[in-house]
Design a protein around this ligand. Structure first.
Ligand SMILES: [Zn+2]
Ligand SMILES: [Zn+2]
Length: 142
């Protein structure tokens, strides 16, 4: 393995190039397979034919999974759970629409039921009985 930044030969277990100090695999001026110089535009080494790895392959690896706030979700359930806001927030859209329609379609009469429903869910969230959002991402304790 060669440093892609300076072309220095390096140990395949090395994390950092001892010559230039960059992280292994960083840089696009040298072939990591044979150590020959190559231009950043080259996708394949003209000396050994090794394909250059995509420069930002790690950046796109995992989608952003942002955790929702337990406190925010709980308070939304208690305060405006009558409109299903906390479930919209957590991504439980079907349940949220059910609570919203229950309130709206009954001109507020069913709102009593969905308010209690939201209140109970808000308390369940705050007391850590509900710990995940619709995507299975744990709620943050903020
Ligand atoms: Zn180097
Ligand atoms: Zn090469």
């Amino acid at each position: 393995m060669y440093c892609k930044n300076c072309g220095n030969m390096m140990d395949s277990q090395a994390v950092v190039c001892v010559k230039c100090g960059v992280q292994a695999g960083t840089g696009d001026r040298f072939c990591s397979n044979c150590g020959q110089e190559m231009t950043p535009e080259q996708m394949v080494c003209i000396h050994c034919g090794a394909a250059k790895q995509p420069r930002y392959n790690r950046t796109y690896a995992a989608p952003v999974r942002e955790s929702k706030s337990r406190l925010a979700a709980g308070l939304l359930g208690i305060l405006v759970g009558v409109f299903g806001v906390h479930n919209f927030y957590l991504g439980f859209t079907g349940k949220a629409i059910a609570q919203l329609l229950l309130t709206v379609l009954t001109c507020g009469i069913g709102g009593v039921a969905s308010a209690i429903w939201g209140l109970v869910e808000g308390i369940l969230i705050l007391t850590k009985q509900i710990n995940y959002d619709a995507q299975g991402i744990p709620l943050s304790e903020m």
